[in-house]
Write a protein that binds this ligand. Structure first.
Ligand code: COI
Length: 354
């Protein structure tokens, strides 16, 4: 039995052409809404036609960015069914973000059920073309109409969905990234480990600079010593150096990616060592210049597994694996997308059917 009431749209939209979806540009017919009121808790979960919010201009989210979000996907399998990938991990991470931003948590079951029921209502929007999926964006905003800096007493939890193709215009082709020396994305003790809008707002300037220079994204250094690699704009990052996979450890300033975690589990299951540790830009570029850097790739829900073909840091510019996707990157992409789209049996309990 469905948990949440549904009000169906009376004006369904035309579905987009699946061959040119891009990322996050079109939205489905419905959205999920739930309200929070201090003293009452989360209440009135419901699925309603997709549409704009009416919010007071003094609303806290507009001024102090008390906001968090998640990113996840629904996949169409060969038999036409629809499935989610590790949605309980998203529920847990949303609640960890909520805790840091003083936002009330949502019970994991309620979160996953809301996602499932919304995707079921908009099931026809889950695209069929190879490599496409329904990107799901749950988010919570502080809705008190007040300018005092304190935690809001009311919130809105909303989920919207967008049929999407590749995050990068280049698709699975290797991307070029640029090591940023000046701006920092996060510091320990801050909000780096959360998915809050503010982290991304702080990243836009460096992202623009990188794009102007012809790079797809920024590779962030740590905010204290500006020495250690942290993550790329919209993904975690991994390198194969001298036979081992190295990825920045989670020290509070790096996003605990669900694709990151899944890739680490897969790589270890193949008998390849993974080191989660500090990796300085110096060590990385030295490894590249001495032929020890075999592969580099990013991981993320939107970006999936994305090979990195070139990196620039100050005057040092390196090409990774001849600018081609490497064998571990390809194997990870194939295995992960195989499980997500149901081509490979899910032996780890990662899949939840809609
Ligand atoms: C995701 O991969 O789901 C993200 O949230 C990254 C994004 C900011 C596009």
């Amino acid at each position: 039995m469905a948990k949440y009431p549904v009000t169906r749209t009376t004006a369904p939209k035309a579905k987009p052409d699946e061959s040119s979806l891009g990322f996050g540009k079109v939205f489905t017919d419905h959205m999920f809404l739930m309200d929070y009121t201090l003293g009452q808790g989360w209440h009135d979960g419901r699925i309603v036609p997709y549409g704009p919010f009416a919010l007071d201009p003094s609303c806290m989210v507009f001024h102090y960015a008390q906001e968090i979000f998640e990113g996840m996907k629904a996949y169409r399998t060969a038999d036409g069914s629809v499935q989610l990938f590790r949605p309980y991990e998203n529920a847990r991470r949303l609640n960890n973000s909520a805790d840091r931003l003083c936002i009330p948590q949502i019970p994991e079951e309620d979160f996953v059920e809301a996602v499932r029921e919304l995707v079921a209502v908009d099931e026809d929007w889950v695209p069929h073309a190879a490599g496409t999926s329904l990107y799901i964006r749950p988010f919570i905003i502080a809705s008190d109409a007040a300018l005092g800096v304190h935690a809001s007493k009311t919130y809105i939890f909303c989920i919207i969905c967008s049929p999407s193709g590749s995050y990068y215009a280049a698709g699975i082709n290797p991307v070029k990234i640029y090591v940023e020396n000046d701006d920092v994305r996060a510091v320990r003790g801050g909000t780096g480990f959360t998915k809050c809008g503010g982290n991304y707002a702080a990243s836009i300037r460096a992202g623009q600079r990188a794009e102007e220079l012809g790079f797809a994204q920024v590779l962030w250094l740590d905010g204290v010593e500006r020495k250690y690699i942290e993550e790329v704009g919209s993904m975690n990052v991994m390198f194969k150096i001298d036979g081992k996979v190295v990825t920045p450890e989670l020290r509070g300033s790096v996003l605990p990616g669900i694709t990151r975690k899944s890739c680490i589990e897969l790589i270890r299951s193949w008998g390849i060592e993974v080191e989660e540790r500090l990796l300085s830009a110096e060590e990385l570029f030295d490894a590249a210049e001495t032929g020890k850097l075999e592969e580099a790739w990013g991981t993320g829900t939107a970006a999936v597994v994305s090979p990195i073909g070139e990196m620039k840091w100050n005057e040092r510019e390196v090409v990774v694996n001849g600018g081609q996707i490497g064998p571990i990157t390809q194997r990870l992409y194939d295995e992960l997308t195989g499980i997500q789209w149901g081509r490979i049996p899910d032996e780890r309990g990662w899949i939840v059917k809609v």
